[in-house]
Design a protein around this ligand. Structure first.
Ligand SMILES: [Zn+2]
Length: 488
């Protein structure tokens, strides 16, 4: 891209009386490699105020997804390019910024971003809407998060149940085992969601993740930007954004639900069906009043589900991107190569998904009734859901698995080459080998065995059992619900 101030003379402006012909001098800019801190130089044309450099930018733009709420809108005149470190040969993402912080030409988000990178702000807020209302709720009751979440869902449920009881629908609630399960699951979802977001806040940090970055880069403010924007920001929502990504996804879930109700209304032309007064299975709400007072609970449930789905998808995509685009600090001597954190993060994000899996069959049966067709459709949907959970866990780990495998093979080859030499010496005459060398050969063999036993996947067998249990839960719930509901 030519610099914006440069104008080539051509026929038109030569004929005109005035033309500008400005050549901006080439300027040298220096940047450090985030991996080895080597000084790299580039020559550029134009006046750029700020230079920033990072590991390859693996944000979502690479996939050209139109997810605008995920991005920070950069000014059009910044120059971004990929450069290669002249010492270690790794790719570096370099950006040149034409304006300094506080310049009016930068948007608010960009100013925030630059401030963070230059260490001029510490205000980092990753709490999303659902968390913040729960925190406030718990504070006002002066209880801990678990008890608070229970009372939060109970309050919303009571807003529905009390008018329902007054209008004579108590037996409806007492006999509704589906509601009871969904209620318990919604409370569990809140706890598991909080647990997962706390894990993300703690571990999506360059010092906790096994990434190969130079100590000086780790100390720099640009590293903070990488953590806050590319890691935590992509999952928990960017600190500056008004509606954070998880909340956005929650709202989308609510919107889908409303659209679904409207579709039913249009198809059946029945206002009662829209209000869920009659569904195929049974009347869900007994009156208009019950429908109205049910709104807070059911909207909150969908909002929570949306948040859970977002955190699951975003965790999986971020883990996959880190594994693919960043050099990992894999230590073959450590158990699981020292990269088990990736397996842990993905496992914790599949727990809240499993609670949705418990609710899903109930929603299906209540919404569509039960018959052979619904059974088959339900089974298909449950399998899709389970497949999504499986892919969400294993797929992001594939690049990490490949890296572990490669490093393991390299290390083993190195050792076995040395052992080959030792072996040929032993064959000649082992008595000639000095004692020190024999000892080192012993050590090599024990290291060889240790590396040989290194797992090529970043999880232990108990994690595998846990993830399979989480994946199978929706199917169990599906069969149990069909047996239960058919028995009515
Ligand atoms: Zn380098």
């Amino acid at each position: 891209m030519p610099p914006p101030y440069y104008t080539e003379p051509n026929e038109d402006n030569i004929n005109n009386e005035i033309h500008f012909y400005i050549v901006i001098k080439k300027v040298k800019k220096v940047y450090h490699c985030p991996y080895c801190w080597a000084k790299n130089k580039i020559k550029i044309e134009g006046d750029y105020k700020i230079i920033r450099y990072h590991p390859p930018d693996f944000q979502v733009e690479q996939y050209n997804l139109p997810l605008v709420f995920w991005d920070i809108k950069f000014p059009e005149d910044i120059r971004e390019f990929s450069s290669r470190c002249n010492k270690c040969g790794r790719d570096i993402h370099v950006e040149l910024w034409p304006y300094s912080i506080g310049d009016k030409r930068n948007s608010k988000n960009v100013n925030y971003y630059l401030k963070l990178g230059l260490g001029k702000t510490n205000k980092i807020d990753h709490e999303f809407f659902l968390e913040s209302i729960l925190t406030r709720f718990c504070k006002s009751l002066r209880v801990n998060y678990v008890i608070g979440s229970f009372f939060f869902m109970l309050t919303l449920a009571l807003i529905w149940i009390i008018p329902l009881t007054i209008t004579g629908g108590l037996s409806r609630v007492i006999n509704d085992y589906g509601f009871l399960v969904i209620f318990i699951m919604s409370f569990l979802m809140l706890i598991l969601l909080k647990r997962h977001s706390d894990i993300l806040r703690k571990y999506l940090d360059c010092r906790n993740l096994p990434i190969l970055l130079h100590e000086n880069y780790l100390k720099s403010n640009w590293c903070t930007t990488l953590e806050e924007m590319s890691f935590k920001g992509n999952v928990l929502g960017h600190p500056y954004s008004l509606i954070k990504a998880p909340t956005f996804c929650g709202l989308v879930a609510v919107l889908f639900y409303i659209l679904w109700r409207i579709t039913i209304f249009i198809n059946t032309n029945n206002f009662d069906a829209f209000l869920e007064l009659t569904t195929t299975y049974y009347s869900f709400h007994i009156s208009f009043i019950s429908f109205l007072f049910g709104i807070p609970f059911w909207t909150m449930l969908l909002l929570i589900i949306g948040n859970v789905i977002w955190l699951f998808l975003a965790t999986a995509s971020l883990t996959g991107l880190i594994g693919r685009f960043m050099p990992l600090n894999i230590n073959v001597i450590k158990e699981l190569g020292g990269v088990e954190i990736f397996g842990k993060i993905l496992l914790s994000s599949s727990y809240p998904m499993a609670t949705i899996g418990v609710c899903l069959p109930i929603m299906l049966v209540v919404g569509l009734g039960f018959g052979t067709l619904v059974f088959l459709l339900g089974l298909f949907l449950i399998f899709l859901f389970m497949l999504m959970m499986g892919i969400g866990f294993f797929y992001p780990l594939i690049p990490i698995h490949k890296k572990i495998k490669k490093i393991k093979e390299n290390e083993m080859e190195k050792i076995s080459n040395r052992l080959d030499v030792a072996y040929s010496k032993i064959k000649e005459d082992y008595r000639k080998i000095p004692e020190k060398e024999l000892l080192s050969n012993h050590l090599l063999i024990s290291y060889y065995n240790r590396i040989l036993n290194l797992s090529e996947w970043p999880f232990k067998i108990n994690t595998l059992i846990k993830i399979f249990s989480a994946i199978i839960i929706p199917l169990l719930s599906f069969f149990l619900n069909f047996i239960f509901f058919s028995g009515f």
